[in-house]
Design a protein around this ligand. Sequence first.
Ligand code: ATP
Ligand code: MG
Length: 252
Amino acid sequence: MAPSPTDEERCKSGVHGLDEILQGGIPRGGCVLLAGGPGSGKTILSSQFLFKGALEQGEPGLLVTFDESPESIRKNMLRFGWDLAGLEEENKLRILDLSNLIYLTPEEFQKTAYGVNVPEFTIIGAMNIIRENVKELGAERVVVDGVTSLSVFEADEAKKRRNLAQLFRGMRELDCTSLVTSEVSLAQSDREHQLEEYLADGVLLLRSYLKKDYIIKSIMIEKMRGISHDTQPRPYTIADEGFIIYPSENVF
Ligand SMILES: Nc1ncnc2c1ncn2[C@@H]1O[C@H](COP(=O)(O)OP(=O)(O)OP(=O)(O)O)[C@@H](O)[C@H]1O
Ligand SMILES: [Mg+2]
């Protein structure tokens, strides 16, 4: 049997059951895509990863939000007892709000603090802002929540692909363990794979199944480069303690 991975090799996720199905934790330095439908728990799982990482592992975390406002995230996570604002005050966590920038016209963008000498919002520009914040905070964990929003206004398919590729390359160069969330509709089993699934080092898929007369939520590791891991979908719930995966239960 292979020896258990060390703490230098793996990052403890802080999510009940996730390290078990990963057989030791998230590979350090990797950029993992967390893909699922609306309300599947992407923001909860990724906030848990940062909150527990900062509190229990002493690893500062940066949460970059492209969708939900920081106020809303702080309020929602407090319901699980996760005081993000408290960690922010201690400089163990930072929420970087890039959510409004995407929706601004170039003229409006130039009026923001980020718009000085920069004509419009770009992925490279966003990566520079992220990099500066990682450095300032000494972040070891990074979450980019809502990467789908980045492509919303981009009609040119080639440009969309280039943007995503730039984002994943930039994330990998941060030298942090990172999660990137994206909206993927997983209703159909013969769905087309999204480009971000190929670009990421690992992919966690959240999907729901109708079982008899109730919905069962499942998480599956679609891929995780460089490690062996569980390959079956496993049930999960969202409860008072947050995101909980049941590693030894079956979905089917
Ligand atoms: N305290 C709680 N107890 C149980 N379930 C909860 C609780 N809080 C939230 N949820 C569930 O989690 C869902 C929201 O999770 P989250 O915001 O992480 O989803 P998401 O995948 O990020 O969604 P979106 O795509 O809209 O950003 C809610 O729709 C609800 O089903
Ligand atoms: Mg969300």
